[in-house]
Design a protein around this ligand. Structure first.
Ligand code: GDP
Ligand code: MG
Length: 444
């Protein structure tokens, strides 16, 4: 995948920088040239590339160094920040409120990946404890109904459609009625190739009649910088709430599509990276870049430069990985997350760990975390140390105390159990950090 190539050539350039004896104008120039080459190969817009490199060059040598931070470390941070910036400043999560049904309508041209993405999104939400449902209002393409029905059946998500219907609005309204009690309704619409005008008209009518909370535009990532033109065109007709960029696996133009779309201003919320139903991820620019660069220790370094006073607790990491992981630890993690970013970061500090942590484990909406934080606060210290003792009466008390549903308390415990299991699995893998070996010197 070309995005991986982009990442490895940038981290290659950074490694080269780390080997240099001194950081001067010449080393920075060379680094910038390497980065330019890498970005251009990923089809990132030339102007944008020049812009990024100029900013890196300007900041690398001129900015003042924070206490205890070397010039090298500073340059790495600058590169990371500038590359993150061109993908959109921060993550915009899907807004899902408890006890409020959310309607998401997927639009886009034919073949962009709407139908597969609808199912992927449903699966994604289902795995996070929500109750999604799927409606097919594509009455245009023969076979659209079968395609989504099969996918829906495979993941066990309720589906509404009618292969004989020619009226997408009626169909949609019927589906919405049927799925009154689901948490999320995902509507897959038809996309037309040649009859763009009809597509646009239908999209507008559907939007008016079905009143989706969010219109999500699906854009084929293989079209590169062209993605911007498409996104703009759709945006002019219906306010696009968010964007899903599909087919980012195997695309030589992924960098182009991502950067072009990010420049439009509608947030990219998801990317799809393969044909399998699980091949979807929430798009978090900073994490994406961190992974792109593929180095856990790099990410850790950046965190260290950022929040000099937040010490990455080596002791804590050891304790957690040794399996003594309590709800109190999880609570502390949630607290730290506010200033530090995802929990994953802590684990990524460990050399050799980057990319090994399943996204599902950490990929939780910020709102949900906030909720859990409150629930944990409502527990007694004993319950936090040993969640096993949470009987149904205790669960009820905690739920009442935190203003949440019992289901949510149970979910939290479930998540805790998952995390603990994951920690145990990590421990079984050989981690140099735990066997007493130190981090490589350059990254310490
Ligand atoms: P729609 O016409 O917009 O509904 O597009 P579909 O969902 O039917 O997808 C069109 C084609 O693209 C199908 O063959 C999908 O399997 C494929 N596709 C969709 N998303 C991805 C992806 O992320 N990676 C790859 N490799 N193929 C994808
Ligand atoms: Mg389709």
């Amino acid at each position: 995948m070309v995005l991986e190539r982009l990442g490895s050539s940038i981290s290659g350039a950074l490694k080269k920088l780390f080997k240099a004896a001194v950081i001067d104008e010449a080393t920075v120039k060379e680094l910038v040239l390497d980065i330019q080459r890498a970005l251009l190969q990923a089809d990132v817009n030339v102007k944008l590339v020049l812009n990024i490199s100029k900013r890196i060059e300007d900041r690398a040598l001129k900015e003042e160094l924070p206490l205890g931070i070397s010039r090298k470390e500073h340059v790495v941070k600058v590169v990371y920040e500038e590359i993150t910036r061109f993908l959109g400043e921060k993550q915009v999560p899907l807004k899902i409120e408890p006890n409020k049904r959310r309607i998401i309508m997927l639009v886009g041209i034919q073949g962009s990946g709407k139908t597969t993405s609808s199912a992927k999104l449903a699966r994604y939400l289902q795995k996070r404890g929500l109750k999604p449902s799927l409606i097919c209002v594509d009455t245009f393409r023969p076979g659209a109904y079968d395609q989504l029905q099969q996918l829906a059946n495979r993941i066990g998500v309720p589906f509404h459609g009618d292969p004989k219907s020619k009226d997408p609005i009626k169909l949609g309204l019927r589906g919405l009625k049927e799925f009154r009690n689901r948490d999320v309704v995902i509507i897959d619409t038809s996309g037309r190739h040649k009859e763009e005008k009809n597509l646009i008209r239908e999209m507008k009518q559907l939007e008016k009649a079905l009143k989706p909370d969010e219109v999500m535009l699906v854009i084929d990532g293989t079209i590169g910088q062209q993605a911007a033109i498409q996104a703009k065109a759709f945006h002019e007709v219906t306010p696009i709430g968010s964007i899903l960029v599909s087919k980012l696996d195997g695309s030589a133009r992924g960098g182009g599509a991502l950067s072009a779309v990010a420049a439009i201003g509608s947030p990219i919320k998801f990317i799809s990276v393969g044909e399998k139903i699980g091949d979807i991820e929430a798009f978090v620019p900073s994490r994406f870049v961190g992974r792109l660069l593929g180095m856990g220790d790099l990410e850790g370094l950046i965190e260290r430069v950022r929040g000099a006073e937040i010490k990455i607790p080596e002791k804590k990491a050891k304790k957690i990985l040794s399996g003594k992981f309590t709800l109190t630890d999880m609570y502390e993690q949630f607290e730290a997350m506010k200033s530090m970013g995802p929990f994953k970061r802590l684990l990524q500090m460990l050399p050799g760990m980057s990319g090994n942590i399943p996204d599902d484990m950490v990929d939780m909406a910020q709102e949900r975390l906030e909720k859990w934080r409150i629930i944990i606060q409502s527990m007694t210290p004993k319950e936090r140390e040993n969640p096993k003792i949470l009987s149904s009466s205790r669960t009820r008390r905690v739920a009442r105390g935190s203003g949440s549903a019992e289901k949510e308390v149970k979910e939290l415990v479930q998540q805790y159990n998952n995390m603990r299991r994951m920690m145990k699995q990590l421990r079984r893998k050989k981690i140099p950090f735990l066997s007493g070996k130190k981090l490589p010197k350059s990254f310490r």
